[in-house]
Design a protein around this ligand. Sequence first.
Ligand SMILES: *[C@@H]1O[C@H](CO)[C@@H](O)[C@H](O)[C@H]1NC(C)=O
Ligand SMILES: *[C@@H]1O[C@H](CO)[C@@H](O)[C@H](O)[C@H]1NC(C)=O
Ligand SMILES: *[C@@H]1O[C@H](CO)[C@@H](O)[C@H](O)[C@H]1NC(C)=O
Ligand SMILES: *[C@@H]1O[C@H](CO)[C@@H](O)[C@H](O)[C@H]1NC(C)=O
Ligand SMILES: *[C@@H]1O[C@H](CO)[C@@H](O)[C@H](O)[C@H]1NC(C)=O
Ligand SMILES: *[C@@H]1O[C@H](CO)[C@@H](O)[C@H](O)[C@H]1NC(C)=O
Ligand SMILES: *[C@@H]1O[C@H](CO)[C@@H](O)[C@H](O)[C@H]1NC(C)=O
Ligand SMILES: *[C@@H]1O[C@H](CO)[C@@H](O)[C@H](O)[C@H]1NC(C)=O
Length: 302
Amino acid sequence: MEKICFLVAAVAVLSVNCFALYSNTDEEALLAFKTRITSDPYGILADNWSNTASICNWVGVSCSRSQQRVTALNFSGFGFTGTISPHLGNLTFLRSLDISTNDFHGIIPPELSNLLRLEKINVGFNSFIGEVPSWFGTLPELQHILLRNNSFTGGIPPSLCNNSKVRILEMGYNFINGNIPQEIGNLSALEVLYLRFNQLTGSIPFGIFNISSLKALDLTHNSLSGMLPENTCDSVPKLTGLYLSNNLLYGQIPSKIYKCRYLEDLSLSYNHFNGTIPSAIGSLTMLRRLFLGINNFEGMIA
Ligand SMILES: *[C@@H]1O[C@H](CO)[C@@H](O)[C@H](O)[C@H]1NC(C)=O
Ligand SMILES: *[C@@H]1O[C@H](CO)[C@@H](O)[C@H](O)[C@H]1NC(C)=O
Ligand SMILES: *[C@@H]1O[C@H](CO)[C@@H](O)[C@H](O)[C@H]1NC(C)=O
Ligand SMILES: *[C@@H]1O[C@H](CO)[C@@H](O)[C@H](O)[C@H]1NC(C)=O
Ligand SMILES: *[C@@H]1O[C@H](CO)[C@@H](O)[C@H](O)[C@H]1NC(C)=O
Ligand SMILES: *[C@@H]1O[C@H](CO)[C@@H](O)[C@H](O)[C@H]1NC(C)=O
Ligand SMILES: *[C@@H]1O[C@H](CO)[C@@H](O)[C@H](O)[C@H]1NC(C)=O
Ligand SMILES: *[C@@H]1O[C@H](CO)[C@@H](O)[C@H](O)[C@H]1NC(C)=O
């Protein structure tokens, strides 16, 4: 493509041709995407995504000013039903893809692994099936991965944890099973890990509590077992929310819980925690919500 472009410019044809050449790929990709939408209750396709208008004027499409390449798609809440065309993988300038709150089904096509500039992907609140794509771990700029409220199955791919830029990882309300991979501790920029309402088993990898950027950890409503390490709070100074209720966790609440000093929400109910409730909880001055009910605690607060 680039070569053709330079040639055209060299023979002094209008550079506009050059840009038209570039965006044809994007146009083709979006037209292919459009053909797979089977229901459009708000009439967006007919009224706005007209085949004669530039794709950059379609509602939900953002382009770079200079090159007219598609940089962001936001079709959140458009009411679309359909599947995702593999052609979307040709939008190589795409940085943000938000197709949340529609009724897309089928799988996330592997061709999307070509989107090397992608920083955010939000496919939440749809009906996607299949495994969580392992290639999320290979997209070098990816920071937000939001997959909640779909029907993803299988385990968390360890290769997903091979990405030092990921800040938000949301996979809540799916059917994800197996262990949380030990490699999760490699997500050194992680701020939010949201895995609630899945079918995860095994223990919580201690490496999670070594991620100093971590702000919220939500593992509620799984089948996680094992104990919380005594040094749970040693290396997570920014933690404001720890949500572990409705699991099979046991053992004592770490007595050094006071080291999570910005903790606002602590939810440990519906587990098998035992021993005494440490008095250190009383020194958590930011605490707003505390749920400890339905465990095996004994005696008074120590
Ligand atoms: C589609 O809608 C957007 C925003 O409402 C508007 O700016 C644009 O001109 C419309 N495009 C067409 C082709 O009607
Ligand atoms: C997409 O648009 C919605 C509003 O319609 C907004 O809330 C959301 O933040 C946008 N997504 C992205 C990734 O900017
Ligand atoms: C875009 O992607 C599709 C499917 O992945 C592929 O078959 C096609 O050749 C690509 N088109 C262009 C113009 O690159
Ligand atoms: C998300 O999924 C859960 C579990 O299936 C469901 O209870 C909840 O209503 C869903 N939320 C939305 C907004 O669809
Ligand atoms: C993780 O990334 C490194 C370096 O980029 C690579 O060598 C390794 O194969 C990757 N591991 C997985 C499991 O993808
Ligand atoms: C990822 O985590 C594994 C297991 O915790 C560790 O052995 C490996 O060295 C880590 N890889 C990187 C690239 O940090
Ligand atoms: C956490 O970090 C400490 C200090 O860097 C290290 O000694 C320990 O092995 C790490 N723990 C895990 C489970 O990665
Ligand atoms: C708590 O439960 C564990 C595992 O069942 C057990 O080993 C331990 O003795 C119990 N501790 C107390 C104080 O009851």
